[in-house]
Design a protein around this ligand. Sequence first.
Ligand code: TRP
Ligand code: ZN
Length: 872
Amino acid sequence: MRTETPTPIYLKDYTPPPFLVDTVTMDVDIRPEGTLVTTTQTCRRNPAAAPGLPLVLDGEDLETLAVVLDGRLLAQQDYQLDGESLTLSGLPDQFTLETRVRIQPDQNTQLSGFYRSKNGYFTQCEAQGFRRITWFQDRPDVMARYTVTLHGDKATYPELLANGNPVTRGEEDGGRHFATWEDPFKKPSYLFAMVAAHLEVLRDRYTTASGREVQLAVFVEPGKLDQCDHAMAALKKAMAWDEERFGLECDLDHYMIVAVGDFNMGAMENKGLNIFNTKYVLARPDVATDGDFENIDRVVTHEYCHNWTGDRVTCRDWFQLTLKEGLTVFRDQEFGFDRHNPTVARIREVRGLRAAQYPEDAGPMAHPIRPRVYEEINNFYTATVYEKGAEVIRMIQTLVGRDGFRKGLDLYFQRHDGQAVTCEDFVAAMADANGYDFAPFMTWYHQAGTPRLQARGQYDGAAQRYTLTLRQLPPEGGQPYLMPVALGLVGPDGQDMDLGGGATTRVLELSALEQSFVFEAIPAAPVPSLLRNFSAPVILEAEYSDAQLTHLLAHDSDPFNRWEAGQRLYGHLILDAIRHITQGVAPQWPESVAAAARAVLTAPDADPAFITEALTLPTEATLAEAMGQVQPEALHAARNGLRRFLAENLESELLARYRALHDGKAYTIDSPAMARRALKNCCLAYLNELDDPRYGELAKAQFDGADNMTDQFAALAVLVNALAPAARALGETALAQFRERWKDEALVMDKWLSVQATSRQPDVLERVRALTAHPAFDAANPNKIYALIRSFGANHRHFHAADGSGYRFIAAWICRLDPKNPQVASRLARCFDRWKKFDPAHQAHAQAALRDILTQAGLSADVREVVGKALQ
Ligand code: TRP
Ligand code: ZN
């Protein structure tokens, strides 16, 4: 493990690589005593680099056996080998370098580089895993053509895969075999991949618009072939959509997806050989929820889209990560809008942004979407780089329009295909294709924090003039942003007003700190509908009265803002209730919110998925951001209080709707059926806020009778969280039945772990502790850590327990995991991000736990950066 104090890396220090690499030939010999990797690279001096520089190769945990320069075996004094670099000086302008190393994939618990998982060996090279396989200039602006030969035992590792096309394969002595793969595309080392494993495969084909036939394959652990169909279908849909929407065709002869159960993240876009966490591949109606199916669609699309935005055009350096990630998230989001209810998809994105990215942007790890400095790059695969990055791309599209955006993207590929570029290059293509000046927009790339937006409307009845004054408050001391503010004016009759030329929505471009916009011929005082469809990722501090919010909730023609009005209303009421609770007064809930919710629930033509979103309260993490000092117990009580109040008032409507939706119709996985299940399960959960034992029985009956995981798991979650003792007892039975039925399905058992870790019951920590010894848990597997330990860390009420027990528990796990898998440990450490928002007693506990972590010997750079920043 790295023990030295970390040296920060700065964007301003970027220099081009001293040498370019044209070809890389690798021979990988997998043997029980270790894997031998022989790499031959043809190098030449980079004309863009300073002259005379030495070649510095990166390496980590490599046992160096030989270094051969132009056929001459070098002696140890011919090169400099220290810790993680190998330096060669006085090199000619062109040469061939061969290195021979031994690596130990069986001991690789970090899951970065080449590592063992259940059925064989797999790689993960982003961001800096390739250096754990061989000596290399491991940086994304070194792009080379790779040829890879794998050797291994044939019976144990029948599949030998690498990027590109299969060239030859054959038998070798001792029951071994080999396979050679050649990737025709230049690529950075982070996109390198290889697999040697025992897998089963689902094959298919796709013919692109121009007639290229692509062989598709999804590889999974034996016995899981019947869980691959959805991923394969998702892949084909994504391929067709990218052609249609962006004119981007698949450039490969072979597109392979390999699922692996041990994986730090979601999935990886390696050229032609994507490697996926099993949870984003495997699905079947009885084992996967609707959410799982949707996540598979999203992740398969995301990785497929990377083939252009990431692989064909990649990042110059890791500071540019949002160049590929923000853009690719934007692209997978657009696919979602084109296939599902776009409002509901947008609502879910914004809910996620507020629950994860806004807190990040307000906490110790806040960074611009393009950071200027990092200690450990793995810590910057964040909601900011991904989700806020996607919002920034979306604003570009809003500013230049959909067609303008397409023109800009076309120009980007025309200019930069095959290159490693910067965010400026992307924005320049958008600017040049559209004659649009993005200079004032660049603040979004440079500045951390969430800007606030204030709006003040003034209506002059005599002149029939409405003046809207917008004021932006950049984060402290910051520059103003250029932000698109999509606006409508809703009249007293609920109709949108004409904003000129029949338009009812206009996109205002706010670039000054304060700007006024004047609307003429406005017949009555309107309620402004601001940031329609969430046109900018800001915090809107509009002072809407509850009556205005109810008006917007009922009438706004922008469905996103109808939802938004409801969220604001709930937020107001919950924050008020918290004030009451902390003063020892029972909160009062107004009838009007029940009436508004009733109108939402009973709207005859509304999409059930939209109704579900409109009845779902903001999360505790989101609400906490709006509080001065967070009192987690009061927050939890207030939010539950509103849920219970709504349930009491809407009981008959909820039950009627539940019954109507629980109609025994055959299960299908299309959007309308998913929407109906979502609303049904939302009603069931609300009903179980009441003490009536019949609703627990209703949930148990659904659990027992379900023919699909969505309904079964939703019922389980309701029972586990039920407050009525009878329902709670049914929850215990259901947990035991669920475990018995699904004990052999790892991904289903992850749900079983996480439903217990996220529970609102008082004994949750004891339970989680006990579960760490359960056979369903495995501390070496990231999915299990995320399902049990991180889920508990995200349990707002119980992680922030007043006695500090939650903090100590998570801190102990961080220390335990760090020596084995620093990436996972560091993600867990992010649970502490917001510790300074709590009262002094909480803070003292959190600070003590964080300090304890820092005293651990040999702490990784990953955890040190996160914890160090938290304590600053
Ligand atoms: N590039 C991957 C994606 O967004 C992210 C990723 C997968 C990753 N595995 C990783 C990032 C390991 C860092 C470390 O699709
Ligand atoms: Zn990505």
